[in-house]
Design a protein around this ligand. Structure first.
Ligand code: PLP
Length: 381
């Protein structure tokens, strides 16, 4: 895909688009790398289509900018990256059916495992290429991973049975790394350290060790072992307010959302706008119509939020429809005037955090729900 208004109109009829600034992604990776010791490398987390930014261009840029490996949630997501010609190490963070281990091995995709029955099933397959596995320890997230010493011993016992299967890493995930209070984080860290030392007592061989997501890496850059799993902050978004305030790091938001006015009209006092007539003009007003709606993932809840036109905030009025949204203008503007929902316009800026706060959710969710109906256009490819 090409960046730029002119080229965009060559193949697009719709004037609503997401712009992804890949240079911001490179900047954020460099910024975190500069905070960490040299032995700690970056796994760029590009699950859920790169948090809605586009997994392939983000992965390529991340690898060009100093990331060493990639992580995704699903095997499908890893295969998509391989199909795009990406040869870097890829770790699948979620559970994969045992039978899928064969394709993972063929494609040199590392899987996460944590069940004895799973490894016993996988042991029965014959592989033509090595299968690499990372063991997941559940130190308190309560999602996936082994929780006891017994499980660890049982898994290690089952592991030696197929010479094509290699344990290459071990990791855990924190539940509260983004919170100001660190008691539970410390408990999890201790549990992981204990699990790790038991593992190392019973296993010789090099292991990639990783515990940190963005929040942990920002808060504890020296304590991250071999890798961090760098997700939200790579996209230039802070994992939480606490991390933004306490963590000494400057990030650049990569995602912005834009459209255009497609209709502009004057209405009279008493005239209403959109379904349910929830907005009625008190005086003569200019109203603009924008081709975006909840069918694109621009949530209905965003009614009343302000967006940028001509570098100024203007309120969304009336209900947001499936494909269209109305805005109250401070004067008449020509059709095709640019509208910005998220990101920079002239000197003004709408941060992702302001959108997610208004929608009563976290910043992670917003780019994920702005769906594929809105094309992503890349700057810095
Ligand atoms: C999504 C995910 C990450 C990335 O977390 P961020 O908060 O986005 O940095 C890291 N590790 C695991 C296991 C994940 O599922």
């Amino acid at each position: 895909m090409v960046f730029g208004r002119e080229s965009r109109f060559v193949d697009l009829h719709r004037s609503t688009w997401v712009e992804i600034d890949l240079n911001a992604i490179a900047y954020n990776i460099n910024t975190i790398k500069n905070k960490m010791p040299n032995h700690t490398k970056v796994i760029a987390v590009v699950k859920a289509d790169g948090y809605g930014h586009g997994s392939i261009p983000v992965a390529k840029k991340a690898l060009d900018s100093g990331a060493e490996a990639l992580a995704v949630a699903l095997l499908e997501e890893a295969l998509e990256l391989r199909d795009a010609g990406i040869t870097a190490p890829i770790l699948v963070l979620g559970w994969v059916p045992p039978a899928s281990a064969i394709i993972a091995a063929e494609q040199n995709i590392t899987l996460t495992f944590f069940q004895q029955e799973w490894i016993q099933q996988v042991n029965t397959y014959s592989f033509t290429k090595p299968l690499k596995l990372h063991l997941k320890l559940d130190s308190g997230m309560g999602r996936i991973g082994i929780r006891t010493e017994e499980e660890l011993h049982a898994i290690l016992y089952a592991l030696n049975k197929n010479s094509s299967i290699y344990l290459t890493g071990v990791y855990t995930h924190f539940a509260t790394a983004d919170e100001p209070e660190s008691t539970y984080f410390d408990v999890q860290k201790k549990r992981f350290e204990r699990g790790l030392s038991l593992l190392q007592d019973n296993w010789n061989g090099n292991l990639d060790i990783h515990i940190g997501n963005s929040a942990s890496a920002i808060r504890l850059p020296e304590g991250m072992y071999n890798y961090i799993r760098f997700g939200i902050a790579m996209y230039g978004l802070y994992p939480s307010k606490a991390v933004k305030e306490q963590g000494d790091i400057e990030l650049k938001q990569a995602f912005s959302l834009h459209s255009q006015l497609v209709h502009v009209k004057q209405i009279q006092a008493g005239d209403s706008i959109s379904y349910g007539c929830t907005y009625t003009a008190k005086k003569e007003e200019w109203i603009g119509t924008i081709p975006i709606g909840y069918g694109d993932g621009w949530l209905r809840k965003m009614q009343g939020f302000s967006i940028l036109i001509n570098g100024k905030r203007m309120p969304i009025v009336g209900r947001i429809c499936m494909d269209q949204t109305m805005v109250r203008l401070d004067r008449a503007y020509p059709v095709e005037t640019k509208v910005t929902f998220i990101g920079h316009q002239n000197d003004a800026f709408i941060p992702m955090d302001e959108v997610s706060e208004y929608a009563e959710t976290i910043n992670y969710e917003i780019p994920c729900v702005i769906n594929k109906r809105i094309p992503r256009i890349y700057k810095g490819l």
